[in-house]
Write a protein that binds this ligand. Structure first.
Ligand SMILES: Cc1cc2nc3c(=O)[nH]c(=O)nc-3n(C[C@H](O)[C@H](O)[C@H](O)COP(=O)(O)OP(=O)(O)OC[C@H]3O[C@@H](n4cnc5c(N)ncnc54)[C@H](O)[C@@H]3O)c2cc1C
Length: 412
């Protein structure tokens, strides 16, 4: 049996950041990873570009995480977004803040983010062992016995950083929930979050792949749910950051069996209804001989323009100059508050993150140590915390990884 001070299960972003911070405390640190290499999900993040954090203050982060924000505050203090940026910059990977405050490495390569983490873990002497799928963990003599498919380890401290249940092909298959549950922890039922939405309308299928850079979406009658961002139509509904963000407000109700939730999409959020009506009137007059759909295509993608004409009961081929006032009003209505009815989400396996997981009620927020089992720590998506799109999920990994790693490294 191989002995170590801190044993980390999972070499994703949370596990690697934990390894760095445990090793900094001079703890003998071992990371056990089931895959043949580290950070498979990290490599996919941000479409391969890795939106590594969000340029937000700690208060803004806390607010963005809603009920979990208070629990995460200590972690955010441990490694806030500017410290994350400094960490990577000091190791040769500066980052850039985009206008929406999403932060990307200047190289736009998630692989470079992983390389920094691996290089730093190695420099500090953390031992990374691959193809080691942990099968079970048991408590022995004030420490832990860890059995993998290959060998056994003993450790004074364990950090579970096995991720959630989304994209299981990357290695996050929910093992951490099983380990935590066996050690007495409650698991909040996992659900999809930041996930494409399925609508009862079939027409989005014909537009699959059509995207808009900026829309506003909200639950009908509840403007407080409003989110803004890019949108893409899919085979069975809508995706893209705006739809994913809205899914946070809908997923609990949909999983609980609510049959349909009416939403509205403002396809031109930068123009008020009056301004849009005026612009449309001007365009219709200017291009009076053009087909209506072609004039609309100045405002929205061409394929969407045809669909909007159909939804507003207008003939796409009608000459623009012949459009009646009533029909124009219907078009403006469709452009400013396109109705859809959400009947579900895509499955958890396709979600960006998992809502639910190891309950935070049984974890000390100042150390991320279990209140039930001394020496047991948690970091990353395995925890029951989930935030919006835009680098918040990785920020949780960096912050909780750093705090759990340092706490476990000091607890010897
Ligand atoms: C397509 C996609 C794009 C994303 N883009 C972004 C983005 O741009 N910005 C952002 O903030 N977030 C993004 N996310 C979310 C973010 O990637 C995750 O929240 C993050 O990777 C979670 O990190 P983690 O370390 O907690 O878990 P994971 O990254 O899931 O890592 C867990 C590791 O544990 C290992 N493991 C599991 N069980 C065992 C076991 N029994 N034994 C040994 N090892 C085990 C797994 O193999 C895996 O390597 C994206 C997610 C997806 C799916």
């Amino acid at each position: 049996m191989t002995a170590t001070d801190v044993c980390i299960i999972g070499a994703g972003p949370a596990g690697l950041m934990a390894a760095i911070h445990a090793a900094r405390e001079r703890a003998e640190t071992t990371v056990l990873e089931a895959n043949p290499n580290a950070g498979r999900k990290l490599l996919l993040s941000g479409g391969g570009r890795c939106n590594l954090t969000h340029a937000a203050t700690i208060d803004e982060l806390v607010r963005a995480f809603g009920k979990s924000g208070r629990f995460l505050r200590h972690s955010f203090h441990e490694l806030p977004p500017e410290a994350v940026r400094a960490f990577f910059a000091e190791r040769g990977l500066p980052s850039r803040v985009e206008p929406d405050r999403c932060v990307f490495p200047v190289t736009d390569r998630a692989a470079d983010v992983r390389a920094v983490l691996l290089c730093e873990s190695e420099r500090l002497g953390a031992r990374l062992l691959y193809r080691q799928r942990v099968a079970d963990i048991s408590t022995v003599n004030g420490g832990f016995a860890i059995r993998t498919n290959e060998q056994s380890f003993s450790s004074r401290n364990i950090i579970i950083a096995t991720g959630g249940l989304s994209w299981p092909q990357t290695g996050s298959t929910g093992d951490g929930y099983r380990f935590a549950s066996a050690l007495g922890h409650d698991i909040v039922a996992p659900k999809p979050s930041l996930v494409p939405l399925v609508t009862c309308e079939r027409w989005p299928a014909a537009l699959a792949g059509v995207s808009l850079l900026r829309v506003q979406i909200w639950v009908a009658g509840d403007r407080k749910t409003s989110v803004t961002g890019p949108l893409v139509f899919t085979q069975d509904g809508i995706g893209g950051p705006a739809a994913l963000d809205l899914s946070r407000a809908l997923t609990d109700q949909l999983v609980a069996g609510v049959e349909g939730i009416d939403i509205r999409i403002d396809l031109v959020p930068d123009l008020s209804e009056t301004a849009l009506d005026r612009t449309l009137q001007e365009q219709l007059a200017l291009h009076a001989k053009k087909a209506l759909a072609n004039v609309l295509a100045e405002l929205v993608p061409r394929r969407l323009a045809s669909t909007l004409c159909a939804l507003a009961q207008c003939d796409t081929q009608l000459q623009a100059g012949q459009l009646k006032k009533e029909a124009r009003r219907r078009l403006v209505g469709a452009l400013k508050a396109l109705p859809l009815c959400v009947v579900g989400t895509r499955p958890l396996a396709e979600a960006t993150v998992t809502r639910g997981g190891v309950s935070t009620a049984q974890i000390e927020p100042r150390t991320l140590q279990s209140r039930l089992c001394r020496g047991l720590f948690f970091a990353g998506e395995v925890l029951d915390v989930d935030g919006p799109c835009g680098g918040y999920s990785l920020q949780v990994c960096w912050s909780t990884g750093a705090l759990a790693g340092r706490s476990a490294g000091l607890s010897r």
